[in-house]
Design a protein around this ligand. Sequence first.
Ligand SMILES: O=c1ccn([C@@H]2O[C@H](COP(=O)(O)O)[C@@H](O)[C@H]2O)c(=O)[nH]1
Length: 276
Amino acid sequence: MTFIEKLSAAWEKSNSLLCVGLDPDTKRFPEYLRGQPDSIFAFCKNIIDSTADLVCAFKPQIAYFHAARAENQLEDICSYIRENYPDIPVILDAKRGDIGATAQQYAREVFERYNADAVTLSPYMGFDSVEPYLEYTGKGAIVLARTSNPGGSDLQFLKVSESGKTIPLYQHVAHLVAEKWNTHGQCALVVGATFPHEIAEVRSIIGDMPLLIPGIGAQGGDIEATVNAGRTANGRGMMINSSRAILYAGIDQNENYASVSRQAAIKTRDEINRFR
Ligand SMILES: O=c1ccn([C@@H]2O[C@H](COP(=O)(O)O)[C@@H](O)[C@H]2O)c(=O)[nH]1
């Protein structure tokens, strides 16, 4: 099954557009897990088990695993999801971008070592930096267009000329991905929930291509405006990510933290669904 087929089936089965982000910050772990071996795996496993029926995807953020020298635990988490929740796509948030030869190695890492269904990519180095990921023909390539952080405007709002028109760079990226880079139909784009106007602009360029939308929850993005701007005609088309607001909702509850995370995920899913 390709990434897009798996995502479509997950939207259908879960009736959810929520993507839970796995950003395990050991400093924020509940007391009982701190200092335990493999605490990152244990923390994420509990979150996964308590939210799996509420999500259309999980998105591990690779930086948290690298910083803690915990790549082996990332491998275990990706395997755990595949074995126990085979219908849920795993998006590895790595924001890769490098020359082709190096990109080949990164693509091996994400698709062979971690066996993720999709990866996030920076478009800054152009098509040959993205191509090695596209060669894994059933896997997803999710390209940054308009990121959720304020500093994204430094570059993404620069005006470029395309077909005689002047448009912001993030729109040019959306055109490139939709019209040229989507060689196997497995591409998607990242647009932040903190910029609903830009979500609508990108949606008008890319048709029904999926959007990965981080920025609700801890970053304060507006769920109603996000859904109104990004949904497709069938009320889908989005993986709306929340990480910290779900992961750490209940850390003061110690062993019960994951049940509080579940409540936070239910609330977020339901709020998203209210506006679909
Ligand atoms: O534009 C972007 C692209 C990726 N991210 C990532 O999403 C999550 C957001 O975490 P929250 O705790 O829900 O704020 C995190 O992994 C980022 O690296 C993003 O925020 N913005």
